[in-house]
Structure formats: C-alpha cells, structure tokens
Design a protein around this ligand. Structure first.
Ligand code: GLV
Ligand code: MN
Ligand code: MN
Length: 414
C-alpha cells in the first residue's frame, strides 16, 4: 500500500498511523485529549497538512477551521472524504483519525495505480466534531452548513471560561469569518466518511466493513441545579439545600426514562461547585445526552427526565434550569450513493452489512446538503469513546482499499 510519489516517499497506513498515534495521548490513561484549538489539535492539523502536501495536495483551512486538502482543481462535483482529528476526553485512537488517515492512504493507493481523478478528490478534517471543548458537536460542519449561528458559536465557552473566539485567535485563526459556506458545499458532489464502528455488530457477522443506514436523532441538554453551600459537619440535614441530591435522583430517573422509551440517556459530564469534600455544594452543572431511533422517543425521554428533575428540586429547595445545547434530527444517508458504494464493494468481493448508528458524525450534518455515505471498520471490542476502542490493522487496510475503490468509482470517468 505504499507509493513512491515525487519527492519524499509517502507513508503506508501503518506508518501514518504510528506517526499520529502519540499526539495528544495521555500517558496515564492511554486515552486521547485532542481538544480543538489546543496544542494537541494544532499538532494534528500540522501533521495532516504536512502529509497532504507531501502527496501534492493543496491544503486550506476554511473560515470555520475545517481543513481541506485538494487533489485536483476546485470545481463542482468534487468527491470529499475524511473525518475529524479531535477527541472526547480520554477517547480512543480511531474515532475520527481513522477516517482522516485512511483518506491519505487511499490517495496513495490511487496514485500507485496512476489514477487521475476526473472529479477532484478533497480530503476533509472537521473541527470540534466531538464538542468536547465547546459543547456543540460537529461544530465545524454545522457552521459550514449554517446549522449554527456564528455569533452564538463565537461566545461558546469551555470549562475554563475561554470563549471559542479567543481560543481560535490563540491558535492563529480569525473567528471573525465564522459562518456558512454555500459556495464550498456547492462544489461538493458527495461526502464519504470512513469511521471506526462504534458498537459490535460487524464482528458477529464476520464482516470487516459496514455501511451506514442512518443516525439516530440525538441532543444535549444542560441542567443547572442551584442550592446553597454549607458546612458538611454543622449544617443539619433538614436545613440543607443540597443540589447534589436532585442531581443524583435525576441520573437514576434518566436511566429509567431511557429504558421505558427504547432510548439511551447519559449524564457523562458534571461540574460541582465548589467541589469540596467537607462542603455541601452550592451548584451542580450536568449535561444530559439523549438518543433514540426516532425523535418522539428522544422528546418523551427528555420531557420525563426534566419533569422528574423539577419535582426532585422542589423537594430539596433547589432551583433548576434546563437548556438544550444541540440537537441533530434523524439522518438517513443517501440511498442511491449507498447502493452505488455497495455495488463497488461487491465488485471487489466485499460484503458490507448496512447498520444504523447512535453516534453523531459530520457526515450526518452534511447529509442535509449533499449526498453522503459512511463506511464502518469493524471494532472487535465494540467499545468507543474509550481507550479500549480498537480496529485490527488488517481491517483498517481493508477499509483503505474499500475507500480507494469508492473514490476511484465516484471520481473516475462517468
Ligand atoms: C460523537 O461521537 C457522538 O456521537 O457524540
Ligand atoms: Mn466520537
Ligand atoms: Mn467520530
């Protein structure tokens, strides 16, 4: 899978992977902390830019911080592929980077066979896909499509109180130009995102690769519980206004509401003020992530959790405010594009089962504007957003070959 291009010899998938692997990895947990506009993110961007340029691609950063590496001129009908380089806290190595590294390696495969794209191929690395730093997932692609207001985006803050605009400036990017890019989208004929499987559907079927059917509707809600700080030793139980109590009850109510609605609901992030062992907290800030196969089930789940939380708060004399921070409606990927990709894979002897997913992706955001598809690479652990996330090298290489075949078909002669 290597290729000797002009100048330096491009790296194979395994070599590319080894190069990127240490960037932003926490030595204690083995997980990744590649948050957008931090030095780890900047290092990932520089690495991608360098590798794309070695392959003769023209790299640009758009007004929203997304990276685009062009193989061929910018003209309508370009075939885009890629994913993201940022991570959740202590995330796995594959979620995002697998799609970006595979895109580079697929270009090598095609260059090796002297393929010359009739429609340009463009490799994309989207910004803040996980929403791990500024709270809104797929922020780069949402800004691109106009699904997020740029003024609202500029003032999003991280947990340290840094605004997105300031984080971008610190990383050398001007936030003044955030906003939709209809011209860029109009130039794209299709987007194909290769991604590690998040779940364990492929292993039992003996399939190395899968195709996405759609994405469950999902969203994030911020719950603010406000009580009164007090002394853990001297404040009588009856006198306390402890926000931890309604919060804890709300977590249990979320689990029950999810089970009752065939949904999933998670409180995965919580901030406690002042966070002292011997102090009754003054406030608890927590984020609910809720997803289900249909939008009504998500709405019912969240409504049930919210009203349970309101009554717990009343019982404990705690005030509650709930705010939706993001929502992604049900996504169905383009049927014609999926059929075409399935045909290409079948011709290469690859059977790829079609799977729904509860995970969000930039491909899901772009699906509202252009034909979009996703290829999944088997994850034998089934675990994701964790250092235990895994894909075997042989499956990754099968993914690269499949992606190259798909790009050859989509960007090749009509
Ligand atoms: C991103 O991976 C998400 O599904 O939240
Ligand atoms: Mn993810
Ligand atoms: Mn991802």
């Amino acid at each position: 899978m290597s290729s000797a291009g002009p100048g330096a010899h491009p790296l194979t998938f395994a070599e590319l992977w080894r190069e990127l692997e240490p960037v932003g990895r926490d030595p204690q947990t083995g997980g990744y902390r590649r948050y957008s506009w931090t030095p780890a993110d900047t290092a990932c961007r520089a690495w991608f830019t360098g590798q794309a340029e070695r392959r003769g691609l023209a790299v640009e950063t758009d007004n929203n911080g997304n990276l685009w590496a062009w193989w061929g001129p910018k003209r309508p009908g370009a075939i885009a592929t890629g994913s993201h380089l940022d991570s959740v806290p202590d995330g796995g190595a594959f979620d995002g980077p697998l799609g970006v590294v595979s895109a580079l390696a697929a270009v090598d495969v095609l260059k090796d066979k002297a393929f010359s794209p009739e429609r340009s191929v463009v490799l994309a690395a989207f910004t803040e896909e996980e929403g791990a730093r500024f709270g809104v997932p797929c922020l780069g692609s949402r800004l691109l499509t106009g699904a997020v207001d740029p003024d609202a985006a500029r003032v999003l803050t991280d947990d340290a109180g840094t605004m997105l605009a300031d984080a971008m400036i610190a990383a050398g990017q001007d936030p003044g130009y955030l906003g939709p890019r209809d011209d860029l989208l109009a130039g794209l004929g299709a987007f194909v995102e290769l991604h590690v499987e998040q779940g364990r559907a492929l292993a039992p079927q003996g399939a190395a690769l899968g195709l996405a059917e759609g994405i469950w509707p999902h969203g994030r809600w911020r719950f603010d519980f406000t009580g009164r700080a007090d002394h853990a030793g001297t404040a009588r139980l009856a006198d306390r206004r402890d926000p931890m109590l309604p919060y804890a009850a709300t977590v249990l109510a979320a689990r029950q509401a999810a089970a009752d609605n065939n949904a999933v609901a998670t409180f995965g992030k919580v901030i406690v003020e002042p966070n002292g062992t011997n102090a009754v907290p003054s406030a608890v800030r927590a984020w609910l992530d809720a997803r289900a196969p249909d939008e009504a089930a998500v709405a019912d789940t969240v409504t049930t959790i919210r009203s349970a939380s309101e009554s717990f708060c009343e019982e404990h004399r705690v005030t509650l405010s709930v705010r939706q921070e993001s929502f992604t409606p049900l996504v169905r990927f383009d049927q014609a594009l999926r059929d075409r990709i399935a045909g290409t894979l079948a011709a290469a002897g690859v059977t790829a089962p079609v799977l729904p997913t509860g995970a969000g992706h930039d491909a899901g955001v772009l699906a509202a504007r252009i034909p979009t598809a996703m290829l999944f690479v088997r994850n034998p652990t089934g675990v994701s957003h964790s250092p235990a996330e895994h894909a075997d090298l042989a499956d990754c290489e099968a993914g690269v070959r499949a992606l190259a075949a798909v790009l050859e078909d989509l960007a090749g002669p009509t």
